[in-house]
Unconditional design. Structure first.
Length: 487
């Protein structure tokens, strides 16, 4: 296991404290790492990562893991508390035995969480990509509680305890936390946790139901029950009664994700709206959608504002998913191409496009839009040229980033300028033009920084702006976006 990655301080201390002037055993926490651990240094310079400690606190800690260059420790006492430390709202958050592992930052003021994540983005861009954005965008923030509309809840009938547990796993453990409440879930779902436990306990299949997946739309709440054996008629009746009482739409998953189906056909479809663009997005509960719909609406609006699509332009939406950005782009562009690795999501994109095209008034008809399924992790310069030139790109990859796409663009540029060691221009590239602007939406600042390095240093772009998006308050997850302009 490699050492956790250290971050720079994200807010200024009120006073400086030299480590060598502290009482023996005390540590001065200087920053936070990517797992929300405090980072301190011993007098000999050895780094200590401390669970529960915040930047600029003076603490003592108990070391439980030692390596040559670093140690991991747990907080024992705080001798000077950070002004940004707050009391967690959730009783299941903390360092105690059985604490829930769903959140890592509830003890840090939400404004300071944003500052930490902004610094994560800046540090990654510089240290990994040697890129510095010309402008740092104001962070996108939203509700700090009740925001999590997507969640995968583990289920287990614990015979020794005589009860069923439903929730997230404990910190650094395979066991399920004994959660009776969860403040990051929507209030109506939070209120449903204990009734859900009682429901599963009442099932004949309580020992063979390992998971419930939550998917909330704007008006529909769906629960996907993973069951390893067929459900009895009595269990089906219990699910229906629970659904009627709690206004829940049940889906059943006997095997893989492709086996998911509604318990009872009919009813209102699961969907969310993007009101700034007059778009409605139906989806299945196992489709990828953003966890936080409040932030997603702002994210899409800002991305398109930064992209500044004109009515005569062609746009490509890479990693388009079910069309979260593609359909809004189709309200502004002349032509749009959405490319995605999943055949199922491409099919959903086409359905969503047709639905919104049918619902749009004549004067707001969507632009000509096509969707293609392709493995974007195997992109080549030849494939890139074959997709045709586009004025602008929207890139929204998974955590792995868009390395092959950025490299293909860089390879074409290096061939075009005759750089040493560059390969030949692919066939048809003579008349192909790279996009004037790229907006890159990222869920992993490290892969964004890596790809930004390619775009800036090899593909002929400058990073004009970047900023973080607090999609997951109280967690260490960092969402961000960056804008690249053709030099």
């Amino acid at each position: 296991m490699s050492a956790p990655k250290e971050l720079s301080p994200s807010f200024e201390p009120t006073e400086q404290n030299a480590q060598d002037n502290l009482p023996e055993g005390w540590l001065h926490v200087q920053s936070m790492d990517l797992d929300a651990q405090g980072v301190a240094r011993k007098p000999d310079g050895k780094v200590v990562f401390i669970d529960g400690a915040l930047p600029f606190e003076l603490v003592t800690a108990n070391t439980h893991r030692k390596k040559n260059n670093w140690e991991q420790a747990s907080l024992v006492a705080i001798h000077r508390e950070s002004s940004q430390r707050v009391r967690p709202d959730c009783p299941h958050f903390g360092l105690h035995a059985g604490a829930c592992g769903g959140c890592k930052m509830q003890h840090l003021h939400v404004g300071a969480q944003v500052a930490v994540k902004q610094r994560v983005l800046e540090d990654n861009l510089w240290h990994l990509g040697k890129v510095k954005a010309e402008t740092m965008l104001r962070p996108i923030e939203g509700p700090a509680w009740g925001y999590r509309y997507r969640a995968r809840l583990a289920v287990r009938h614990v015979i020794k305890k005589g009860q069923v547990l439903v929730g997230f796993h404990e910190r650094k453990s395979r066991y399920i936390a004994d959660m009776q409440t969860c403040k990051i879930l929507p209030p109506h779902v939070d209120a449903m946790l204990m009734p859900l436990r009682a429901l599963i306990a009442s099932l004949d299949a309580r020992d063979t139901c390992p998971q419930i997946e939550l998917a909330c739309g704007d008006t529909v709440t769906a629960l996907v029950l993973r069951h390893l054996e067929p459900l009895s008629a009595e269990d089906i009746a219990r699910l229906r009664a629970f659904g009627a009482e709690h206004h829940v739409q049940w889906w059943l998953q006997p095997k893989g994700p492709d086996t998911v189906k509604l318990l009872d056909e009919g009813g209102e479809p699961l969907s969310y709206a993007l009101p700034d663009f007059g778009i409605t997005m139906p989806f299945k509960p196992t489709d990828f959608t953003q966890v936080n719909p409040h932030i997603n609406r702002v994210l899409v609006s800002r991305a398109l504002r930064l992209l500044d699509v004109q009515p005569h332009e062609r746009v490509i939406d890479w990693f388009c998913g079910l069309g979260n950005f593609t359909l809004p782009l189709a309200t502004q562009a002349r032509e749009v191409l959405g490319i995605e690795g999943s055949e199922a999501l491409v099919a959903r994109s086409r359905e969503n496009y047709a639905l919104n095209q049918d619902q749009a008034p004549d004067h707001k008809a969507l632009a000509a839009t096509d969707f293609v399924a392709r493995n974007l992790f195997e992109m080549t310069p030849e494939m890139l040229v074959a997709d045709g030139a586009a004025d602008k790109w929207l890139v929204d990859p998974p955590r792995e980033g868009a390395f092959a796409l950025a490299k293909a663009l860089a390879d074409i540029e290096q061939a075009r300028i005759g750089a040493e060691g560059a390969g030949p221009l692919p066939s048809g590239a003579e008349g192909w033009t790279p996009p004037k602007r790229i907006v890159y939406v990222s869920c992993n600042p490290a892969t964004l920084a890596r790809d930004a390095g390619l775009l800036v240093h090899l593909a002929g772009y400058r990073c004009t702006a970047a900023g973080m998006v607090n999609m997951f308050p109280h967690t260490a997850h960092v969402e961000s976006m960056a804008v690249f302009e053709r030099v």
